[in-house]
Ligand binder design. Sequence first.
Ligand code: GLN
Length: 311
Amino acid sequence: MRAAPGCAAPSPSRGTGWGGGETPTTLADWLSAATTGLQAALDLTRREARLEAQLLTGHGLGVDRPWLIAHDDHRLRPRQQEDLLLLLARRLGGEPMAYILGRRAFYDLELAVTPAVLIPRPETELLVEAALERLQPEAPCRLLDLGTGSGAIALALARHRTEALITAVDRSAEALAVARANARRLGLGHVRFVLSDWYAALAGEVFDLIVANPPYVAEDDPHLQRGDVRFEPAQALRAGPDGLAAIRVIVAGAPAHLRPGGWLLLEHGHDQAAASQTLLAAAGFEAVFTLSDLAGLPRVSGGRLPGHAAA
Ligand code: GLN
């Protein structure tokens, strides 16, 4: 097997026919060695490492997992081996699977992602659910997603509330390009994308519901030095010394952009529920609540402006 310079090849096991220079490797041999390499380098379980090896290999070969499983005696051509080694080296270097594969599943959508956007996370699905609960299925309403990134939240809402007029903003033009492309590919044309630093480009606009998964990690949080987040855009993660800088701006600005009775729903850090609730109450929100994610951590808080219920 020819390894590209600087590539960390997984250590081949004896008797697999690996390391023979020109000897073609079977898919089974490759998957087993790649699994071992990933497991050791990334501290994964064997099962997680095997899944990653299959996803990387399927991506590199342009085939799906069922094909891989059914063809494990397939002999890899040297060019295929080189391509797969390059993909594996990226992952062994810590690059997130979502950026290597260029996609991530979120809610019931498959989203394209690039390093210009935060990788959508399962806990953010809670925010989508909390918003959907407050929006009647057929009622026209105006929704705002602040800091849309890949468009995950706006597009999940768009799919389930086809009558809604949805505005999604981001201050990153690169992120908006990713979100727009996702909207087009998913056929969700009723989302308007606007380049805006929070509310800056939305003067005079009023919504029934505002959602945001803003940056909320404190600048010196050691979590920023580990795993996928090292590769994600800092402006989507970091929010001042206490991680609340963006949440403060969003909460303070929300009343001017909500109808009476309109909701603001926010994702936040596991230790920011109390602070978020205090900010919401101070800005005049009522019915302030917090929801916990699947890990049992307080993750989404929100409140309603006084007045007639909107949506
Ligand atoms: N939940 C993410 C993390 O801690 C942060 C996402 C965000 O800041 N919005 O990795």
